[in-house]
Design a protein around this ligand. Sequence first.
Ligand SMILES: C[S@@+](CC[C@H](N)C(=O)[O-])C[C@H]1O[C@@H](n2cnc3c(N)ncnc32)[C@H](O)[C@@H]1O
Length: 209
Amino acid sequence: MSKFDLKFKKHDNSHPREKIALREWALTHISPAHVLDIYGGNGLMFERVWKLKAESYRAADGDALEWLSTQSEFTENTFDVDPYASPYEALEIIGNKATAEKIGVVCTDGTLRRVAMMRTHIPQFFRERCGWPERSLTLMAGIYHQYPRYLRHVLSCVVPQWEIERLAIQYGKGTWKQATVYFAVILTKRPIARTEAIEREIRICGDRP
Ligand SMILES: C[S@@+](CC[C@H](N)C(=O)[O-])C[C@H]1O[C@@H](n2cnc3c(N)ncnc32)[C@H](O)[C@@H]1O
């Protein structure tokens, strides 16, 4: 390859130390951990963390969003969402289908801070969920420089039925890699969502012969 060929190469684990630390942090709050790994399961994170410290582990199969959409519920309490770009579409489905009252989610966010850094356009998903405009330099500056605040807002829009109990964030290091953010979040189901789930269960049981 020419030394001038600067084609962007995707790395599965650019910041292994940070990624391992976040998974271990999640394990200190969720125990015993039953893990569902959404992107690239049975990889380095499995070898270095989940295989050693989780009570159970399974990996999604095939295209992540397609697979998530076909499942009716998730009984796991720990979710590893480590895509190349946006984790939020998967997170939204997990938020709707996770049955535990408290869950840990470890994410790689390769999209939100990246679009802010590049000053491109806000993707449709965030425009729809957060009511953001397609282009706003003020918004992009906010996302880039005050990422934790904006991440909290995005989470409240994408998984509104969950409350953020704790949040840990690590930024990528390096000129371009700082656009990628790694975070782990501990979520608890809001009382209203819990009540709705119970009512749904009663309705379903009531329908059974
Ligand atoms: C950042 S890596 C995950 C690394 C993994 N967590 C590990 O411990 O090694 C992203 C993974 O997602 C996979 N991937 C990319 N697009 C996907 C999709 N649409 N559905 C499922 N997996 C996908 C890639 O093949 C890659 O293995």
